[in-house]
Design a protein around this ligand. Structure first.
Ligand code: FES
Length: 146
């Protein structure tokens, strides 16, 4: 194997490794959970955000919740102990289901982008995402679907 072939082989190997690690990290942090709806509240235990690493407690940035009666999943971002934002993962342009990429929700249909607070950042959509009020009771997020 000459120098050029060696570098080419190593380069592809590194790229594959980085892509694999990135994919695994994104899977670990973007778990999709199925949670119960009681009355008109979607109930999400705060523990769903917890990542326990030995004695160290960390929190997921967001989780995605689904329930069979919902038209689309709900993405819940955690900003702080008492600050959560729950929004419908349905594009306000033509109703495609959104995908989460870190701190943004993106539409695979025509490229609209929304912030982690549901604010429209790029069209063609022209309105923010539908958001749901979140209350915290006994370590459970009560996401009002009214
Ligand atoms: S449906 Fe999302 S941008 Fe068109």
């Amino acid at each position: 194997m000459n120098r050029k072939q060696f570098l080419k082989t190593c380069g592809f190997g590194c790229l594959a490794g980085i892509a694999g690690v990135t994919l695994l990290q994104s899977c670990a942090s973007s778990q999709i959970l199925s949670r119960e709806i009681k009355d008109s509240d979607l109930l999400v235990p705060i523990s769903d955000f917890i990542i326990q690493k030995g004695t160290k407690t960390e929190f997921k940035k967001y989780i995605i919740i689904q329930n069979e009666i919902l038209k689309a999943p709900i993405c819940v971002y955690r900003f702080d102990t008492n600050d959560y934002c729950a929004m419908f993962m349905l594009c306000t342009h033509q109703g495609a289901e959104l995908q989460v990429f870190g701190d943004k929700l993106q539409c695979p249909a025509h490229g609209s982008e929304f912030s982690n607070r549901g604010i429209l950042e790029n069209g063609p959509a022209n309105t923010d995402l539908r958001k749901f009020p979140v209350a915290i009771e006994n370590n459970i997020l009560k996401i009002s679907l009214k």
